[in-house]
Design a protein around this ligand. Sequence first.
Ligand code: GAL
Length: 419
Amino acid sequence: MAGGGRRTGPSPARLALMVLLLAAAVAAEAKVVHVEEPHRRSMLANGLGSAPPMGWNSWNHFQCDGNGEVVIRETADALVSTGLAALGYKYVNIDDCWAEPKRDAMGNLVANTNTFPHGIKALADYVHSKGLKLGIYSDAGFQTCAKVQPGSLGHEEQDAKTFAAWGVDYLKYDNCNNGDLKPLERYPEMSKALMKAGRPIYFSLCECDRSYSWFRGDMHPARWGAAYGNSWRTTNDIADTWESMIATADQNEVWAEYARPGGWNDPDMLEVGNGGMKNNEYVVHFSLWAISKAPLIIGCDVRHMPQETYDILANKEVIAVNQDPLGVQAKKVRMEGSSEIWAAPLSDYRTAVVLLNRHATDEATITARWDDIGLPAGTAVEARDLWLHKTLDTAFTDKMAFDVAARSCRMFVLKSRLR
Ligand code: GAL
């Protein structure tokens, strides 16, 4: 109402009341924050998983048939003799099919007498003697997924105590044959039981069946996993193909903001070295898992590894991105057709970047712009190529462009030249 019309705003008294109400609302809000902040939201205060776990697991290569104490012992030996253990691969994890089909008279789980004749305690002692840690597998249901051994549902405390007494350091806890009880009726029970078991045990939630409605909806494990576990599966099982691997990386990326030190998104274990993908595809696989702060759990037979497999798994600079103390999972910051840029901030004001060409046959020129990866305009940047192990001669300002071969990537750590 221009030109000297009646004032339509609130009266001074009403204005004062509104200010008061607003101040009260702000105070109430501040109080809520003040009350919640000092408390841990997590039931699982085991101090583990400050960086994504690194190790090996029997499933992707051996499934049920090859799982046994000889393989586990020889794998521990190979992790040490190849130098992988010294690079951080510490967990040696037994997957499904390690137990007898029935509990003993006391209701205890019993190691399969054919495949683990010396029992899990002896195996843990052996693995520990090598400076490594032992992981085991169970299920938040009546039977595990392979249906050859009992699950831990209803036996959480007993099994957690058994695992602790055996010297187990890591539990992968699956989600099959659960009588349709919801995950939040089952996973917290094991979390509590592990806390009471008297030994810090890394708790890996494997609640990953996308056929359950809750996996797609509000109850996706990324939304509640941090309260009960150190990591949670975000996807279905990976397979040793490019299509499966890349789809798995995509599904996991969606949940990036839920990852943080102590609790990680888990897009399943590595297939590097299992033979279904080409070397360049495995380089993409490892680069994406590393920058996504995924658990780096090797899934191939490390006792018989070709050099090119070793060279991927042992890339210290890529591992360092994964283990960076800032613990921020990468996001896709740009997609153009089959070209993508994934980026994550690192400690010490550095940035990790993957330039990914998903195209099946064609090379692509991929340009990373500072605007997309979160660097201030005008910043001159030094780029370290993590696969060529080379700091590039030229500094880059505002963008960097590279030719990337089909189904391949380039991976860099960027740091400002001014520092
Ligand atoms: C699946 C799980 C696999 C493996 C398998 C064992 O549910 O995702 O990684 O543990 O069960 O039966």
